[in-house]
Design a protein around this ligand. Structure first.
Ligand code: RB5
Length: 164
């Protein structure tokens, strides 16, 4: 399992701890920058990590900025990316189980190192459960493709299959 990591200068404060933790857990990790607390722009790193996850070079991505918001917005602009910003482990776990998120984001100004590690662990351990959630993730893809026909067909063909 290969994980791409990235941050801006604010997220950088937390990044070395997270990289070390990922390595301890046995993951192969590559850091796509930034490499210091010198001011830079979060879209650069959200885009980079988004691209290597979307093209399959890396299985998953973990990104950080001050809040996790800016860098997750950037990653979500890359087609194929479903990035979630989390400040607690419950949403992190459910975002993988239900939404099949492929990038996790959090903020170095929001969570401390131990909470961040807990969020990371819950997210990495969780698996997409498919079923009724598969249709919804497919619908997200259809929005991204701006394909209304595809969206409607997904809805029409399967909408009565599931209750919740
Ligand atoms: C940088 O000041 C800050 O705006 C950035 O790290 C991030 O929090 C943006 O969403």
């Amino acid at each position: 399992m290969k994980i791409a990591v990235g941050s801006d200068h604010v997220g950088y404060e937390l990044k070395p701890t997270i990289i070390e933790y990922l390595k301890e857990l046995g993951y192969e990790v590559k850091d796509f920058g930034t490499d210091s607390t010198k001011r830079t722009d979060y879209p650069i790193y959200g885009k980079k990590v988004g691209e290597v996850v979307a093209n399959g070079e890396y299985d998953l991505g973990i990104i950080m900025c001050g809040t996790g918001v800016g860098i997750s917005l950037a990653a979500n602009k890359v087609p194929g990316i479903r990035a979630v910003v989390c400040s607690e482990p419950y949403s992190a776990k459910l975002s993988k189980q239900h939404n099949n998120t492929n990038i996790l984001a959090f903020g170095s100004r929001v969570v401390g190192a131990e909470l961040a590690k807990m969020i990371v662990k819950e997210w990495l351990d969780a698996k997409f459960i498919g079923g009724r959630h598969e249709r919804r993730v497919d619908e997200l893809g259809a929005i991204e493709d701006q394909n209304d026909k595809e969206f409607e067909n997904i809805e029409y063909s399967q909408s009565n299959k599931y209750k919740d």
